[in-house]
Every structure is written in C-alpha cells, then in structure tokens.
Design a protein around this ligand. Structure first.
Ligand code: ACO
Length: 151
C-alpha cells in the first residue's frame, strides 16, 4: 500500500469514532440520520460480531484527531465460483476539507487489499456517473448496469 501524506493514519473503525466525527464524514455521501451513542453502539457491535464480513477503515487527521475519510468492504459468500467470495465496496467518503489529497484513492487501495487478502475473486461497487473517473483511477472499469428499488 502506498504511503499516506504525513499527518494522516489508517485505522480499522473504532468504537470511539462516534466522538471523532465518523458520522459527520459519512454525511458527505447521503443522509445519515440522527444517531445517539446507543444507535451507534448497536451498529458498531453488530459489525464487530461479523468482523469477517464487514471491514470498515478510517483515515485519521492526526492534528485534529478527527476522522478525515472512510470506506467499507463487505465480503459476500456465494455458491458460484466454487463457494467464491465477492467484495462489495460501500460508503466511501472523504470529509470535504480533506478532498483532493489522495485520501480517497488510499482508502480504495486498502479496501482492495482486504478484498484480495480475504480471497475475493472480484471487488465491485456502485457509484454516481460523476465518480466514474475517480474509480477508473483506482483501477476499476465500468461493467453492466446498476439497478435500484427504493422502499
Ligand atoms: N472526477 C474526476 N476525477 C476525480 C474525481 C471526480 N469526481 N474525484 C477524484 N478524482 C481524481 C483526482 O483528481 C485524483 O487524480 P490524480 O491522481 O490524477 O491527481 C484521483 O482521482 C484521486 O483522487 P483523491 O484525491 O484520492 O480523491 P478524494 O480524496 O477527493 O476522494 C471521493 C474522492 C471519494 C469521490 C470524494 O471526493 C468524496 O468523498 N466525495 C463525496 C462522497 C462520494 O461521492 N463518495 C463516493 C460514493 S460511491 C461508493 O461509496 C461506492
């Protein structure tokens, strides 16, 4: 994995990232909703219990001790490809004050590494058309179409 800029460090998601602004960073992506420490803990504990399936990482700004960027890879177990594994990259977000400093590409590199290390035969993601050039720089190529059904 390529080095991070000085002043930044990569971590797995930690239980006290609630206080370090993790959900504020996610809000650049979509509506996060009003969380309390209890709703945070419930989700954090669920993901911790399934820590062979959910891998969420953060890049910390060491100067402020706040989360600057995050991303998740979810490992799906399939029957096809002889009990193959597929990595799904989700919830990539770089805080607006830290965008354009290569943190996004570092997050994706780290998640691709986790996908490879866990034995996935492919890693896929859905994204807005405007982010296609970013993901192409991260080594991804467009494939087929994305569909959605909102409830
Ligand atoms: N269009 C074209 N090129 C881009 C874009 C873009 N939208 N964003 C980044 N790039 C390029 C950069 O110029 C850079 O190119 P270079 O290596 O030639 O200099 C390269 O991609 C890497 O850019 P980073 O600095 O790593 O990008 P950044 O840290 O800003 O992260 C991201 C990019 C994740 C899209 C960030 O801007 C962001 O959080 N945006 C809002 C939330 C979002 O859209 N997240 C993605 C959702 S999709 C998903 O979660 C699967």
């Amino acid at each position: 994995q390529a080095n991070l800029h000085e002043g930044y460090r990569l971590f797995p998601l930690r239980s006290n990232d609630f206080e370090r602004g993790y959900l504020d960073v996610l809000s650049v992506l979509t509506e996060v909703g009003a969380h309390s420490i209890d709703t945070w803990n419930a989700q954090f504990q669920f993901m911790k219990k399934h820590n062979d399936t959910y891998f969420t990482i953060t890049i910390m700004d060491e100067t402020t001790n706040r989360v600057a960027a995050t991303g998740t890879i979810l490992i799906e177990h399939k029957f096809v490809h002889k009990n193959g594994l597929v990595g799904h990259i989700e919830d990539i977000a770089v805080d607006s004050s830290h965008q354009g400093k290569k943190l996004g590409i570092r997050i994706i590199e780290a998640l691709k590494f986790i996908g490879q290390a866990t034995g996935c035969y492919k890693v896929i993601l859905d994204c807005a058309s405007k982010n296609i050039p970013f993901y192409e720089k991260c080594g991804f190529a467009p494939k087929e179409s994305q569909m959605a059904w909102y409830i």
